[in-house]
Design a protein around this ligand. Structure first.
Ligand SMILES: [Zn+2]
Length: 248
C-alpha cells in the first residue's frame, strides 16, 4: 500500500479527498504513481500540469524541442521568457513551482523504439503528447508490451480526438489507425482551447485510471468538433488481425 499523506498533502489535495471516488486511498495511489508524458507541448504540457496539481508522485517528461514563439498560442506551460530553452527543463521548473512534492525526471529525446524503453520502464500510465502517428505507434507498441494504459490525444484546428487504450480490455491504437505506409500530413493549424479540451479529457481518464483502476468509458474514440461544439463517441472494436494487440 502506498505511503500515508502528510498534513500538508491533506491540505493541498483537500478538494479531491472530499470526493468519494478518490478519497485518501485514491490520493495515496496518485502519490505512488509514475506517469510518463511523451511530448510536452499543447497536450502534454497541460496534462503534465494537471498530473502535478493532482498529486501524481512521479512524472517523466520527454521532449526534444526548445520553446518557440509559435508554440505560445497553445502551450500554456511556457512563457515568452522561455523561448529557446529546452521544453523539458522549462516544464520541470514550472511544475516544481506548482507542486514541489511532485518529482520530475526529464528525458531530452525523440520517441523511438530504443529510447522509449527507459521512458516507460516501471510506469503506471503513459500519456500521448506527441504530434505524429509514427511516435504514437512506438508508444502504443511499447505500452502494450508492458501492459501499461496508453492515453491517446490528437488535435487539428477546431477538432480533436481522444482515446484510452487499456491492454487486455480495449482495442489498441494500431487497431484504430493501422499503418498503411502512407506519408503523414504536415502539421495543421490549431487554436489553444482545442488542445485544452482534449488534454482535459486525457487527464480525467488518467486520474480515473490511477485512482480507481477504472477504464469505464474507455474503449471508444471520442471526437470533439469545436465549430458546432459536439462530442461524438465511436465504438472501436479490436482488430483480430492487429499486428500489435492480436497476439497478446
Ligand atoms: Zn490493436
Amino acid at each position: 500500500m502506498p505511503e500515508t499523506l502528510s498534513p500538508d498533502e491533506k491540505d493541498r489535495y483537500r478538494r479531491q479527498l472530499q470526493m468519494p471516488e478518490i478519497g485518501e486511498d485514491g490520493q495515496r495511489r496518485l502519490k505512488a504513481a509514475t506517469v510518463a508524458i511523451a511530448g510536452i507541448g499543447g497536450l502534454g504540457g497541460l496534462c503534465a500540469y494537471y498530473m502535478a496539481a493532482a498529486g501524481v508522485g512521479h512524472l517523466r517528461l520527454a521532449d526534444m524541442d526548445q520553446v518557440a514563439i509559435h508554440n505560445l498560442n497553445r502551450q500554456l506551460l511556457y512563457a515568452s521568457g522561455d523561448i529557446g530553452r529546452a521544453k523539458t527543463v522549462c516544464a520541470r521548473d514550472r511544475l516544481k513551482a506548482l507542486n514541489p512534492l511532485c518529482r520530475t525526471e526529464t528525458f531530452q529525446m525523440r520517441v523511438d523504439d530504443e529510447s522509449v524503453a527507459a521512458l516507460l520502464e516501471g510506469c503506471d500510465l503513459v500519456i500521448d503528447g506527441t504530434d505524429n502517428l509514427t511516435s504514437r505507434r512506438v508508444l502504443n507498441r511499447a505500452a502494450w508490451k508492458r501492459r501499461i494504459p496508453f492515453i491517446y490525444g490528437g488535435v487539428n484546428g477546431f477538432n480533436g480526438m481522444m482515446a484510452a487504450f487499456i491492454p487486455g480490455r480495449t482495442a489498441c491504437l494500431e487497431c484504430v489507425f493501422p499503418d498503411t505506409g502512407a506519408p503523414e500530413p504536415p502539421p495543421s493549424g490549431i487554436i489553444g482551447p482545442t488542445a485544452g479540451v482534449i488534454a482535459a479529457l486525457q487527464s480525467i481518464q488518467a486520474l480515473k485510471q490511477l485512482t480507481l483502476q477504472d477504464s469505464a468509458g474507455s474503449g471508444g474514440l471520442i471526437h470533439f468538433r469545436g465549430l458546432d461544439l459536439r462530442f461524438k463517441k465511436i465504438t472501436v472494436d479490436r482488430d483480430p488481425a492487429c499486428r500489435v494487440c492480436s497476439s497478446t
